[in-house]
Design a protein around this ligand. Structure first.
Ligand code: SF4
Length: 281
């Protein structure tokens, strides 16, 4: 439990990232937010979840950060876009929370994954938390869109045992239409991770009619295969679990009529990655 700025009690744990959490930092002053971002002494977290089997190897504890400057049309956690929706948590408190899981995580060959939102929006907090986790012997992973990777020093990259790098689509125009942002910084970060031989899993969300162009998939596959440090590609079927959040937040949602990909489409996508010699699931 955490006592919020207004004296209310906040719970760090969440059963699911699909819990809608809003305005948890409403009473934190702007200057306190700026200081937190500068020093990394405090972070803004949507929640912690435990027992994840889909955020890196083994069983994971996952810290969900608040704040993302992208606007992916298929985002299933738009409540993590705003930093103000995250609860303020000191780095010490987050480390203490993590410490209680460290033995279990080792036994289950798991670790800690920081994701969001975009964790590197809070790069100082992320660096401190991941450094502390690794120092406790916990395997560390970050799921990121990669666009802010240049905020981490080479030394800080060494504190991340695995980067789960989201590549959303291919081509500047399509990428901007899908995410609101340019693809260039993500690809630059991927190349930097490759140059430093840091392990990477590529994550790709397969959305029928939006990200399923076989030519785009081939381009992503060729790029990923050429890096030399990509251990696997995870093809994530689009789903509608976050749709209610868009409705509650009154944000226009364009994918209402889109269904999950068929098994055939999923297999075809994995096949394209495998053709380039990558492991794809
Ligand atoms: S980068 Fe992730 S959190 Fe940000 S909008 Fe895209 S899917 Fe959502």
């Amino acid at each position: 439990m955490i006592v919020g700025p207004n004296g209310t009690t906040l719970t760090l744990d969440s059963k699911s990232p699909f819990d809608l959490r809003l305005d948890q930092s409403r009473e934190v002053t702007e200057s306190a937010v700026k200081k937190a971002l500068r020093t990394g002494d405090m972070g803004f977290l949507h929640s912690f979840t435990t027992g994840s089997t889909v955020d890196g190897p083994g069983i994971r504890v996952v810290g969900w950060t608040a704040g993302c400057h992208w606007r992916c049309l298929y985002c299933h956690n738009p409540d993590t876009w705003s930093m103000i929706n995250g609860m303020p948590v000191t780095v010490e408190r987050a480390v203490e929370h993590l410490r209680q899981y460290r033995h279990g995580l080792k036994i289950m060959s798991g670790g800690f994954t920081l994701r969001g939102g975009e964790p590197l929006m809070q790069d100082r907090f992320a660096a401190k938390l991941l450094t502390a986790a690794q120092a406790m012997g916990i395997h560390t992973a970050v799921e990121t869109n990669g666009s802010l990777g240049d905020r981490l020093s080479d030394e800080e990259l060494e504190k991340i045992d695995l980067v789960l790098l989201g590549i959303k689509t291919w081509g500047s125009e399509k990428h901007t239409r899908l995410t609101g942002q340019d693809i260039g910084p993500t690809l630059d970060f991927a190349r930097r991770l490759a140059a430093r031989k840091r392990p990477v899993w590529i994550r790709f969300v397969l959305v029928p009619g939006l990200t399923d162009d076989p030519q785009d998939l081939k381009e992503i596959a060729r790029f990923a295969a050429g890096l030399g440090n990509v251990e696997r590609v995870e093809v994530l079927p689009f789903h509608q679990l976050g749709r209610y959040k868009w409705e509650r937040l009154e944000i226009k949602y364009e994918l209402e009529a889109v269904a999950a990909p068929s098994k055939e489409l999923f297999d075809q996508a994995c096949g394209i990655f495998r053709t380039e010699g990558l492991k794809a699931f």
